[in-house]
Design a protein around this ligand. Sequence first.
Ligand code: ADP
Ligand code: GLC
Length: 489
Amino acid sequence: MKIAMISSECVPFAKSGGLADVVGALPGALKSLGHDVIVIMPKYREIEIAEHNLQLYLSPMGVWMGDSVEWCAVHSTTNEDDVPIYFIESNKYFNREGLYHDTEFNDFLDNPRRFGFLAQAALQFCRDIRFYPDIIHAHDWQAALAPAYLKIWHWNDPVLGEAASVLTIHNIGYQGVYDAQDYNYLGLQVGNFTSDKFEDHGRINFLKGGIYYADLVNTVSPTYADETCTPKYAQGLAPYLNNKGENYIGILNGIDYTQWNPAVDTLIPARYTVDDLAGKAVCKRELQQRFGLEVDPAIPLVGLVSRMVDQKGLDVLADAIEGIVEDMHVQFAVLGSGNKWLERFYGDLPQRYPGKIGSYVGYSNELAHWIEAGADFFIMPSRYEPCGLNQIYSLKYGTLPIVRATGGLDDTVQQYDEADGSGTGFKFWEPSPQAIYFTVGWAVSTYYDRPTHLQQMITRAMKERFSWEESARSYEAAYLQAIMNKQLL
Ligand code: ADP
Ligand code: GLC
């Protein structure tokens, strides 16, 4: 199949979260299955031409929006799997600091125009280079207008007319809802501003429109697919996802074991494997030192790497963490950025609990690897979690996850059973400080009192495999289903 992926993020070029990891790895896995895949994304300012060997590929390219033409250029390079990556360059839309918001975390006001343009430009690019896609695969709200444009604008286009579309929802908390003033610019046609398509309480909802128009919609774990068919988790979109019936499915993400694997990870202080954990002890010592924690191999260390946003439940953890470190002999190493009050709260903790809590406010891939490798446990108290990658990385690093049993966290972590030492982590259900307190307590007591169980769990966790190959096969099946749906139209 010929597959064109459209995404606002892709490792190693631009990343704010797991979406980038997925779009960095899935195309290579599909390529290994014999497919012809390209990725189209914005040329943000932070993507260095020299660093990534970008070549000017096409210039100028005219893109028709609803009421005007935008001019841009396209650069190209390949990723490490030799997948072609194309970058849409528009000074007006992408040559600024930040992906979606300014340094104060305020959304850019022209985001609807920026990402409507991205979707339309990506399709125009396929036409210009005569890439006849069987599948247009759009990721999240930022690319969600592509399935709509295919059906509204390009239904009889010689290059795009046969293409079916798949929309992947990585996070329903971000739908791209904006004032209707840009509707004409987006060119979605007045008749489609209805509540089953783009209209959402008088505003435009990108994701909702994408769900309507895509030939198949998926999200990134089976449990989150079920959850988002209910009002509690769907943030207003449950009826529209239910309408898709069997064309709304969950496909669990894989992880990139060339990047996240303690046996080959060059970012961490020492490498280790399931058969020889000596390197993990080195990583723990170095992590304790770097985060200003008391250096002692005997104290259990809990890691946290997260975007600091509502979804991740860090406000709930904030109500529990002080009680935990006051009552238990345990340490925390925290890395994250986002919401200012959470940054301040976690940033201040090391001064209040010196030696017990270390934190780094900001974004650091290296520190993320250090925490995965050096901690004993990894905590994710998410309110909801479409898939979650960090807990899967943790399993590979023998760092047992402590998670709220939701979405992909529930699908990837097996509950510890004290009776026989089975399981790979510690789950709780209530998003409450009490539940976090007691579950961390459970992990800590297992560390001190049941070391044999802990060892068994570490071994089991490190042997788990969530490979991209398997996920890519599921995407392959989903693409075929989308193509069939399109043909039935
Ligand atoms: P989400 O996409 O919702 O943020 P995931 O668990 O899927 O959650 O993916 C998060 C990814 O972003 C992981 O690769 C994680 O290591 C990375 N990450 C998040 N915050 C930071 C940070 N402050 N520094 C470095 N990496 C981070
Ligand atoms: C989103 C989700 C996360 C998921 C990631 C990649 O950002 O919040 O759970 O792992 O996308 O699919």
